[in-house]
Structures are given as structure tokens and as C-alpha cells.
Design a protein. Sequence first.
Length: 99
Amino acid sequence: MLADRRTQPPSRSVVLLDVKTRGSFMPYTVTSDTVGLAIGPVAETANDVHEALSKARQMYEAGLVSISITDQAGHKIDGDELFACLTGKKRITPDLAAV
């Protein structure tokens, strides 16, 4: 007799996927002051740390200043630490530490 699929626990791969999609999503906000520009501060969101770093790099290359990345948990990176990550001297972790 075949077991009813509704009474069986989910497969391991389904459980791991569920934990991964719910537990690791951490939106990031990349901001910059626009000193001297009439448009005010710039803010963009990113879904992962690499996208946030890419947006920060674009802001830096556009000449914007006081760039920072903040995550939903309140971690923040800016200044020399962020610049070291932008230039490849350090790498950035998902919790915004420069290592």
C-alpha cells in the first residue's frame, strides 16, 4: 500500500530551500549625500550584499560622497572600510564587515 504524500514529511531539499529563502534575505540600502547638487540625498535598495556593493561603486564613480550601505539589522559600512571593499583591498561580508 502506498503512503499518502500529505502525511509524509517534506524532503530534505525542500526544507533546506525553505530555510534558505526565508532566513537569508536581508535587504540593503545604499545611500549617498549629494553635496552641491540640488537633488538631495540618493538612496537605492539591493537584495544582496554584492548588488549593494555594485551600487555603492556606481555612486562612487559618479562622484557622489558619503556613501554607506546599511542592512535591515542595522549593520552599516562606510568611509575607509567601504572604500577598501570597493577597491578590492578587503572583501565585504553579508553582515557588512570588511575583512
